[in-house]
Design a protein around this ligand. Structure first.
Ligand SMILES: C[S@@+](CC[C@H](N)C(=O)[O-])C[C@H]1O[C@@H](n2cnc3c(N)ncnc32)[C@H](O)[C@@H]1O
Length: 195
């Protein structure tokens, strides 16, 4: 019995060390917080993103393409893909751990495609709706290229960070666990972008 308890404690200790190493490596990869590291969408912010995406997808009069940039473990992508089998969902995450979790969760969903890749190197000109968890630095450096690459009329839902190159349609207060977070929604209008 004592042997079993010691083995379990050892296993627990090793798992905690592996998790610690993973989170430090993920944080380093994110430029020490400059770019979004992995953590699942949470609280009211997650709820608001899902509500906004549902409203757009329910109104769509044809099958739509939804791109989730930094899909993490799929907290937004998976429930939406289950709820809207008529739409196609594409997720990108460059971190193999959340990517593997999302891939496992999506294994029976034929309307989901996942890529373990850098989304700043991909193109989203086919996307009708984009979900993104960016960051100040990411939007400052890549936001212009990102919005220019989207098609006219595409909708964008941004968690926590505004996309400074666009004017928000809605700014929704989404306080979560004491943090004054917001969700921002946008609609691409090529005429306004050209000015
Ligand atoms: C805050 S998490 C998003 C969480 C996700 N909505 C979920 O619920 O799991 C941000 C994710 O973006 C990913 N990420 C950040 N920059 C990226 C990039 N350039 N290409 C691909 N993934 C990126 C990170 O690995 C991280 O998993």
């Amino acid at each position: 019995m004592i042997d079993l308890i010691v083995c379990l404690l050892l296993l627990l200790g090793i798992s905690a060390c592996v998790a610690e190493v993973y989170f430090v490596a993920a944080y380093a990869r994110s430029g020490f917080g400059e770019y979004p590291p992995f953590f699942p969408s949470f609280g009211r912010m997650k709820k608001m993103c899902l509500n906004e995406a549902r409203e757009i997808l329910r109104r769509a009069d044809k099958p739509s393409v939804v791109a989730d940039l930094g899909c993490g473990s799929g907290s937004l992508l998976i429930p939406l893909a289950k709820e809207f089998p008529q739409h196609e969902f594409v997720g990108y995450d460059w971190d193999v751990v959340p990517y593997a979790i999302a891939a496992l969760r999506a294994r029976h969903l034929p309307n989901v495609r996942l890529y373990c890749a850098d989304f700043t190197k991909a193109d989203f000109k086919e996307a009708d709706l984009v979900l993104i968890f960016g960051g100040k630095k990411l939007f400052a450096e890549w936001g212009g290229q990102f919005v220019r690459g989207l098609k006219n009329g595409a909708a964008v839902i941004s968690e926590a960070f505004p996309i400074t190159q666009l004017e928000a349609e809605k700014e929704i207060a989404a306080p979560s666990y004491g943090m004054p977070l917001k969700v921002y929604t946008y609609r691409i209008d090529k005429k306004t972008l050209a000015k």
